[in-house]
Write a new protein. Structure first.
Lengths: 511, 73
């Protein structure tokens, strides 16, 4: 991260990013750094080339590029205590949930329809709702159809890893350059509390034995992907009291086997989900517990902090699901014309925009280097994307959270909130939910905010800031932080620890 | 006897279909069903009935008592 590189290297790296030629040279022993907003200072150029347009791998890219998941893989070969396959609701957003499953042919048509309508669509993922590799024929047929008609779309898949070693060569032959493995443990003693059973060699295997087989297969699969130069991200679900402390060990294990990015996600667990964890009252982590674990692992390897834990049939930019526009019925009626030129033009425009964002942030950071303070603050931002403060407080379905220190600004996560404003009228009882979700933040940046919520935020100790409306987020955040430090110096304010915040657990509409 | 799938429980995840050694399982009206004429309870193939072992919803693949128990030839 920023603190690890020298000033002169920083300038060099920023220049390289601006030119999009690559990002530094040495990757050995260092950590890859996409998935955060900072410069990929030690990422090999070929890795950066693969991830820079991938919304799930680069925090910066996710503002500009969209992905879609096609639900062609309903079967699964393991059972997880945080998953219940019986539950499926259109208003629910979490992995493993879909509204309709598709055949490979329908999926291929859907991808073309979406890519023609949404030029930002650069990535197709197969993530379930079961396990893609428990449905190898459907998964690979889908890849085959799409790679023929839309070769510029990147293919990726997300797996529990049990069947992975059997399919690594097929994955490589389809030019799938991104694979995600969900690794929640490397110790079967812990694994037995997460996985009640696996289906293995025609038997249902339970307990420690099941977890032992699963972890062996996951690590073997990860090593095989690394050997073949296929990028591998690891997802882990943070389950307080079960694997929260152990995930540091998981982080080391996957890093040493070549995983380039680690995504630690909070457990989603509510009784109405009908999962084992939901029903037995297993809680998810708080925002600060999650951040502390991510921070601890960051010393070892780069962390992904912008994961929206989306549905296995999500479409569009992260946090902006458009899947309802592309139901099977609608797709089959659509006249699809694949416009490769138009897509290319859009993507070139996006590159220019990204460069402007990075440049603005760098200019602002430049004179922060002279300052030294151990003060760190979090700010929440209402944004619709494009790296700008451009969403009304009342319309925000989530807030992005940035950490500010004299090292600069760093994206550290996002907080989902209820839709606070419905049709222009703020709902009074929704505001406390929003405040709880961003309670650890000093300020909230918005494009616009009404008088009432403004006063309530102030009363809760959160500074509502609308003066950066439509400005670049990180540039504004650094400006705000400089003013904040100046106010501490002048004695105008006293810096206090803001405490913790909630991670939303319930159903989340439209994303 | 044969196994049957309790359709109200079936999530149509399709996990059982390729596991059946008798190719007795197929999709019908949004869920999966077992052809009782083909089901051998996996006798002669596996120690455990495969549909039961792989099904993510407990008590969904169950013995259909309206048929006599399968007798291996």
């Amino acid at each position: 991260m920023l603190e690890e590189i020298q000033t002169e290297q920083l300038e060099e790296v920023m220049q390289q990013i601006a030119e999009h030629k690559g990002c530094g040279t040495s990757s050995e022993g260092g950590k890859a750094s996409c998935g955060s907003s900072s410069a990929p200072e030690d990422m090999a150029p070929e890795v950066w080339e693969k991830v820079k347009n991938h919304p799930c791998y680069s925090e910066e890219a996710h503002h500009h590029y969209a992905r879609m998941h096609v639900a062609v893989a309903p079967a699964c070969n393991i059972q997880c205590n945080y998953c219940n396959r019986k539950y499926d609701c259109a208003n629910e957003s979490r992995p493993g949930v879909v509204s309709e499953k598709l055949t490979p042919e329908q999926a291929s048509k859907k991808v073309l329809a979406v890519a023609s309508t949404i030029p930002q669509m650069t990535v197709l993922g197969i993530a379930g709702p079961g396990d893609p590799l428990a449905n190898p024929e459907k998964t690979f047929k889908t890849f085959e159809l799409i790679s023929k008609t839309a070769p510029d779309i990147k293919l990726c898949l997300s797996t529990n890893g049990l069947a992975l070693p059997d399919h690594v060569d097929t994955i490589a032959s389809f030019n799938v350059d991104h694979v995600t493995i969900t690794v929640n443990m490397v110790d079967p003693e812990i694994g037995q509390h997460i996985y009640p059973w696996i289906f293995w060699n025609h038997k249902r295997v339970t307990g420690i034995e099941a977890a032992r087989i699963l972890t062996e297969r996951q690590m073997q699969g990860l090593e095989m992907l690394t050997e073949r130069g296929i990028l591998c991200k690891v997802n882990s679900v943070m389950i307080p009291g079960i694997n929260d402390k152990h995930l540091v060990e998981v982080n080391r294990a996957v890093k040493s086997r070549g995983a380039f990015l680690h995504n630690i996600m909070p457990l989603i667990s509510a009784p109405e989900h009908g999962t084992v964890f939901g029903l037995n009252g297993q809680r998810g982590p708080t925002a600060q517990e999650l951040k502390a674990l991510q921070d601890e692992c960051e010393g070892e390897m780069n962390m992904m902090r912008h994961c929206r834990q989306c549905r296995a049939d999500a479409v569009g930019l992260l946090g902006e699901d458009r899947s309802a526009e592309f139901t099977t019925e609608k797709i089959m009626e659509m006249e699809v014309e694949y416009n490769a030129e138009g897509r290319k033009a859009y993507q070139e425009q996006v590159e220019k925009e990204r460069q402007a964002t990075v440049a603005a942030k760098q200019a602002e950071i430049a004179d922060l280097e002279a300052e030294y303070s151990d003060v760190k603050i979090l700010i929440a931002v209402a944004t619709k994307g494009h790296g700008r403060v451009n969403e009304h407080f009342g319309h925000a379905q989530e807030f992005q959270v940035y950490e500010l220190s004299t090292e600069g600004s760093k994206f550290v996560g996002h907080r989902r909130v209820d839709l606070y404003c419905q049709g222009g009228y703020g709902e009074e009882d929704a505001l406390p939910t929003v405040i709880r979700a961003i309670n650890d933040c000093v300020a909230v940046f918005v494009a616009k905010i009404g008088g009432c919520p403004k006063d309530e935020l102030k009363a809760a100790g959160i500074d509502p800031v609308d003066k950066y409306a439509h400005e670049f987020i990180e540039q504004s955040a650094v400006k705000y932080f400089k003013e904040y430090l100046a106010k501490i110096k002048s004695g105008e304010i006293v810096h206090v620890n803001r405490g913790d915040a909630d991670i939303r657990q319930g159903a989340y509409i439209a994303a | 006897m044969t196994y049957k799938i309790v359709s109200s429980q079936c999530t149509a995840c399709s996990a059982c279909e390729p596991e059946c050694p008798n190719v007795a399982i197929y999709e019908k009206d949004g869920t999966f069903v077992i052809n009782p004429k083909k089901c051998t309870e996996c006798i002669g193939y596996f120690d455990d009935p495969q549909c039961v072992a792989v099904c993510p919803v407990d008590n969904t693949c169950v013995i259909d008592t309206s048929y006599p128990r399968y007798q291996a030839a």
